[in-house]
Design a protein around this ligand. Structure first.
Ligand code: COI
Length: 359
């Protein structure tokens, strides 16, 4: 159990009045969580302090070699005014897996969850009240040794910030157009595809920008070896309903093991769907579309929630999906998942964790 010191701000910011205009990750709350690591002391000095800039030496390791990992999670306000998290232990565990790959010292699962709960409790008034809006939580760790040698750092900072947010895509729940990337790759076996490290996202920006210029919301990445099999989309995992069955890439090292992904798979299995986690060739997806068997396509992610896809473009071919509308299964998954997250449906799975008022 961490001993977390709390220093409250004396200058609280004005909270957003119009929650329909929050956007995603643009406004930040009054406080942040910080904890230092040194080789001698381990993780120490856990504290919640007023949100502020972090002074850093230009030679700090993370600026040069990107030794950094992050997480994405949300706090939701329920009808009775309480605040809850969704499977925070899953984020904590994935943070450890990312840390291991990036040679960053691990944070115990219970300390990670306690840090998130404490910060959300301090900033609980910032958790939005309106439908579809939530408090997006961004935990991250970066190397803060000062020096230019390439090796594991001996100093790290763990930081958590929070942003009251609406939908990730400007489209909201309207279906998005996705460009199937056939030149650049996101991951390859042995690399860092399964982690949430900033470097994965840095390497993805060029393809994302080019796709956006052509009017697409995001790219769909193919496997990095043969550029044949579907893997994931820039900010979410992706699932295909073909002839009644659900297909998604397996988590074998190149795909992010999404918390939303695994929750959706559990729901689908409960509802009797066959879910196939494995290799799915993009050529087979396009063929299924031609044959009228590609029934629905949707992305899953913490920020994106469940996001319908209306179009896939690959090597000049276009697959139109669900007549450009959200499919019935996608809608049911969205309603069920958000129903559990916002406390409107019973949580029979024990996925939600109430943030008890303590501070
Ligand atoms: C999330 O879904 O929480 C993520 O971290 C994706 C990010 C690109 C917004």
């Amino acid at each position: 159990m961490l001993d977390i010191k709390i220093v409250r701000t004396t200058e609280p910011k004005a909270k957003p009045q119009d929650e329909s205009k929050l956007g995603f990750g643009k406004i930040f709350t009054d406080h942040m969580f910080l904890m230092d690591y040194t080789a001698d002391e381990g993780w120490h000095d856990a504290r919640v302090v007023p949100y502020a800039s972090l002074p850093m030496d230009p030679a700090t390791v993370v600026f040069h070699y990107a030794q950094e990992i992050f997480e994405g999670m949300k706090a939701y306000r329920t009808a009775d005014g309480s605040v809850q998290l969704f499977r925070p232990d899953c984020n904590a565990k994935r943070f450890q897996d990312s840390a291991d790959r990036l040679c960053i010292p691990k944070i115990p699962v219970e300390d990670f969850v306690q840090a998130v709960e404490t910060l959300v409790d301090v900033d609980r008034d910032w958790v939005p009240h309106s439908d579809g809006a939530s408090l997006y939580i961004r935990p991250f760790v970066f190397a803060n040794d000062v020096g230019l040698g390439v090796h594991a750092s001996k100093h790290y900072l763990f930081c958590i910030i929070c942003a009251p947010s609406g939908a990730y895509y400007a489209e909201g729940l309207d279906p998005v157009r996705i460009y199937v990337e056939d030149e650049y790759i996101r991951a390859a076996p042995g690399l860092t595809g399964f982690t949430k490290c900033g470097g994965n996202y840095a390497a993805s920006i060029k393809a994302g920008e080019l796709a956006e210029e052509k009017g697409f919301s995001q790219v769909l990445w193919l496997d990095g070896v043969e550029k044949k099999y579907v893997e994931e989309v820039g900010s979410m995992n992706i699932m295909f309903k073909i002839d009644g069955k659900i297909y998604t890439a397996a988590c074998t090292g190149t795909v992010l093991p999404g918390v939303t992904r695994r929750s959706i798979i559990e729901l689908l299995k409960d509802w009797g769907y066959e879910v196939i986690e494995g290799k799915l060739a993009i050529a087979d997806v396009m063929k299924a579309a031609e044959e009228g068997k590609l029934e629905e396509v949707f992305g899953t992610g913490t920020a994106a929630v469940v996001s319908p896809v209306k179009e896939l473009d690959w090597e000049g071919k276009v697959a139109n999906i669900s007549g450009g509308k959200i499919g019935p299964l996608t809608q049911k998954l969205y309603d069920t998942l958000t129903g559990i997250q916002w406390g409107k449906l019973p949580d029979t799975k024990g996925w939600t964790v109430k943030v008890e008022p303590k501070v």
